[in-house]
Design a protein around this ligand. Structure first.
Ligand SMILES: [Zn+2]
Length: 347
């Protein structure tokens, strides 16, 4: 019998009145100065939607701007970023550094265009550069995994298209070179007069970074910790490690920063990262229990049969393509973490 832990805490409240109002009204929040010389600009994924990346603009004492996660390059995202910079009396030309939390297009996408326009350097973790270089080969290699998962025939092509060899290149790569500056755990970013330090937080992707600014009391969390969304795991290419195990370790790393204001890559800013981290850990523990329960109940199941017993939001029956691929890979990480991989039958 597997005991499922108590439900996770509710999502934290927004601390910014303008972000709270935007959330309520389903619109993009306006540009906001969150500390002297630090602003957030909501860069939309697609025109006319409130789905956005929160780009953070940090001014150095030399006047040079650093942008953390400039957002997606498609549609009107770059124009919204330019307009946001105009609002604060600056322009793309003033950007000297673009630093990204991870390789996904909604964070890295606009970096190349900014580099072209202003000569800004682009910085990210070494593992993100490697994953971007391997992206096509990794996608092809995923086909062999997908073939063993027991995905029903009518859904398999969609999973291959989203996760395997059918995947179109474009997690974020727009051109070479991918990075001018490699950032490692503990590195201080070259931003004059600021104290922005990188924290390596693998899990969502292998080279995901958070940034700690103790002086200004801010913690930039990218997609590692979001206020309402449970981040996907292992979405940055193939690695030798179990991304779920890495993710749980990376969550615990943030517990030392409970007094900082959390600046995530999406949604809204909030306080008390420790409570949110514990809710996310509990969510994963619940999922591990459901996977363990499925393995207890089923005799030699396929990965798809195990995943079918896990109460994913919306239910696996409603999933196809990328969502289904992500649900299946996450189930595989839980199985692996339980050390019960030999109980799952390759289809
Ligand atoms: Zn994102």
């Amino acid at each position: 019998m597997t005991t499922v832990p108590p439900p996770a805490a509710p999502a934290p409240d927004p601390i910014s009145p303008v972000q709270a109002a935007a959330l309520r009204d389903g619109v993009l929040p306006p540009v906001e100065e969150i500390r002297p010389g630090i602003w957030t600009i909501a860069v939309p994924f697609r025109s006319g939607t409130a789905d956005a990346t929160l780009a953070y603009v940090v001014e150095g004492t030399d006047g040079v701007l650093t942008v953390i996660d400039p957002g997606w390059a498609s549609d009107d995202g770059p124009e919204v970023l330019r307009a946001g910079l105009r609002d604060i009396g600056r322009s793309v030309d003033d950007i000297g550094l673009v630093v990204v939390t991870h390789l996904h297009a909604d964070h890295l996408g606009a970096a190349a265009a900014i580099r072209r326009a202003s000569g800004a350097r682009v910085a990210m973790h070494r593992l993100e550069v490697e994953a971007l270089r391997r992206e096509h080969d990794d996608a092809v290699a995923n086909d062999a995994d997908i073939a063993t998962w027991g995905v029903p025939d009518d859904l398999r092509a969609g999973v291959v298209a989203a996760w395997g060899s059918g995947r179109r290149i474009g997690l974020g790569r727009t051109e070479e070179p991918l990075a001018d500056l490699l950032v490692e755990d503990g590195d201080l970013l070259p931003v004059a007069g600021r104290g922005l330090r990188a924290l390596w937080t693998p899990g969502h992707t292998a080279g995901h970074l958070c940034f700690v600014d103790v002086k200004d009391g801010l913690l930039f969390t990218g997609d590692h910790v979001l206020p309402r969304i449970n981040s996907g795991i292992g979405l940055g290419g193939r690695t030798g490690a179990n991304p779920l195990g890495q993710y749980l370790d990376s969550l615990v790393r943030l517990e030392g920063y409970g007094d900082l204001e959390v600046c995530p890559g999406h949604e809204y800013r909030f306080r008390d990262v420790v409570t949110r981290v514990r809710a996310l850990v509990r969510h994963r523990e619940e999922r591990t229990c459901h996977v363990a329960g499925a393995l207890d109940d089923l005799s030699s199941p396929t990965l798809f049969e195990v995943a079918s017993r896990v109460p994913f939001s919306g239910g696996i029956d409603s999933m196809s393509g990328f969502l289904l691929a992500s649900a299946l890979t996450q189930t595989a990480f839980h199985v692996d973490l339980l050390g019960r991989g030999d109980e799952v039958r390759p289809a």
